[in-house]
Unconditional design. Structure first.
Length: 510
């Protein structure tokens, strides 16, 4: 390396004191369009200025393309007389579910503040029509995505996690899907729809079903299993479901016939299932260590295979929680204030007697200690007990899917009166869910752990500032703050230039 002095401008401190450095910078800025625009912004020389949110559209737009969703939707729209880009409107609907969930009317206003190609051409009636179209092509879309995902991720579908939930609807009359049934949200006066979703071992959504609100969990599970067996031509799948689904009908359903049997791993109700409570947990046997906080042992009763699992860390938490409850009960008994907790099932199970004769049930306290940190699985698989336990613990993926579907994506509140419109919005929500899980998985692979709300906040701070200077339009990118830079890297998005010249709203500078 060789150095050569081209010119000597003077001492920095003297030039700063005299203001010569500012003049020098302005002179050099004439040869840089980027610096000229930025200087004009600092000097308030622009004649027009507006901002739009840019970060989420860049990141999720890249993932949308990577999942081949544009070509899938384009194929489904072929033959329809759309005078607009239905695939682009579908992306707008999915992006709205991620950023600012709301109605189509709210979405049309939200789109105006988003920097994304094609968004300026989207009108309210485009949203209405696309929602209905998504409901019509739901089955074809799901099937196409399923087989494309198998090629895209090159993974064998050998394990499926299933669960159900419900979402209520603000209306009085029942319709085809809007039915009154068991309400997990404690809103029995409102009709609801039942959602059943299936995800693979990596948490990727592979199938979903929308069912009437009065559908029992077992029937909902049957609908998705039937879909997996026939629509996707799957020969053998091991189904993992939580303890709320364990019943004789469920086990018989999962066992299937000889042509396409289904293996299963199902959680058990410890206190309600007599065989589990009285026989399985009473059987002696040695636990085998699986990990620092997981030990397992196998128990067979009448040809049925159970895996008893114990987490010592959770056992300590359960014991501490019970001790706190008992201590509080003793305090209230002593003060004569027991009436306020009798109606609480968690407190009531440690009491015996009635009215003024309440007392601590020591036998119930001792019996409850048997369940500390314990969960029991029933399976027809001949896998190692440790592998069965580890597989079941992966059920958190589908539980996380539903938490995101009902909170992050906020399906509720649902006001639409037409089943077709409701289903269309749910399809848009699942498309958004695919984008969210894809980004989270990419961040986890990089070892980045960041809360979803924090991530979306940082992405939303990446703004596009449009200014007009000397009759020309420019777009300025704001700084990437917090986790935004990591999200851009994880999604494979090239960070746009600080300043881009525009021609009638279109970029002319790469």
């Amino acid at each position: 390396m060789r150095q050569r002095v081209i010119a000597t401008l003077g001492r920095l401190d003297e030039m700063q004191a005299s203001g010569e450095i500012e003049g020098l910078m302005r002179g050099l800025a004439r040869f840089s369009e980027t610096e000229r625009v930025l200087s004009a912004c600092r000097e308030s020389s622009v004649t027009g200025c507006r901002t739009r949110t840019w970060g989420p559209a860049l990141v999720f737009g890249r993932l949308w393309e990577w999942q081949r969703l544009p070509e899938v939707l384009e194929g489904l729209a072929r033959g329809r007389r759309f005078r607009y880009d239905a695939g682009r409107v579908s992306f707008a609907l999915a992006l709205q579910r991620l950023c600012d969930p709301g109605s189509d009317l709210q979405g049309s206003a939200w789109i105006e503040g988003v920097e994304a190609p094609g968004f300026t051409d989207i009108e309210l009636h485009h949203l209405y029509r696309t929602v209905g179209w998504l409901a019509e092509v739901r089955a074809e879309l799901e099937r196409e995505l399923f087989f494309r995902d198998r090629d895209l991720f090159t993974q064998e579908l050998d394990l499926v996690f299933l669960d159900t939930t419900s979402t209520y609807i603000y209306r009085e009359q029942e319709t085809g899907y809007a039915r009154r049934g068991y309400s997990r949200d404690r809103r029995p006066e409102l009709p609801q729809m039942v959602l059943c979703v299936a995800v693979d071992r990596k948490g990727w959504p592979i199938a979903w079903e929308v069912l009437p609100g009065n559908t029992a969990d077992v029937r909902a599970l049957a609908a998705v299993v039937e879909k997996l067996r026939h629509r996707f031509r799957i020969g053998r799948v091991s189904v993992v479901a939580d303890r709320a689904m364990l019943s004789r009908d469920t086990v018989e359903l999962l066992a299937g016939d000889h042509d396409a049997p289904f293996d299963y791993i199902l959680g058990c109700r410890l206190r309600q299932e007599g065989e589990v409570r009285d026989e399985v947990l009473s059987r002696p046997g040695r636990y085998h260590d699986v990990s620092a906080n997981l030990r397992v042992k196998e128990v067979r009763v009448g040809g049925r295979r159970y895996i008893v699992c114990r987490n010592d860390e959770e056992a300590q938490k359960d014991a501490a929680a019970r001790e706190a409850i008992v201590a509080q009960l003793k305090e209230r008994l002593a003060g004569g204030r027991i009436k306020s907790v009798v109606g609480n099932a968690g407190f009531r199970r440690f009491l015996k007697g009635a009215r003024a004769a309440w007392q601590i049930d020591e036998d119930a306290v001792e019996e409850d200690a048997r369940f500390d940190g314990v969960f029991v699985l029933r399976t027809n698989l001949e896998l190692d007990a440790a592998e069965v336990a580890t597989t079941y613990k992966g059920l958190w993926r589908v539980e996380r899917t539903f938490r995101e579907e009902k909170s992050t994506l906020q399906i509720r509140p649902v006001y639409h009166h037409e089943d077709r419109t409701r289903i269309g919005h749910i399809v848009a929500s699942f498309l958004a869910l695919r984008l969210e899980i894809d980004l989270q998985r990419r961040l986890e692979e990089k070892g980045v752990m960041v809360g979803w709300r924090t991530l979306m906040r940082d992405l939303s701070r990446v703004q596009a500032v449009h200014i007009e200077l000397d009759g020309k339009m420019y777009r300025i990118r704001t700084d990437l703050e917090g986790a935004a830079h990591t999200a851009f890297q994880a999604a494979g998005v090239v960070i746009p230039s600080r300043v881009t010249a525009l021609d009638h709203g279109k970029s002319v500078v790469p």
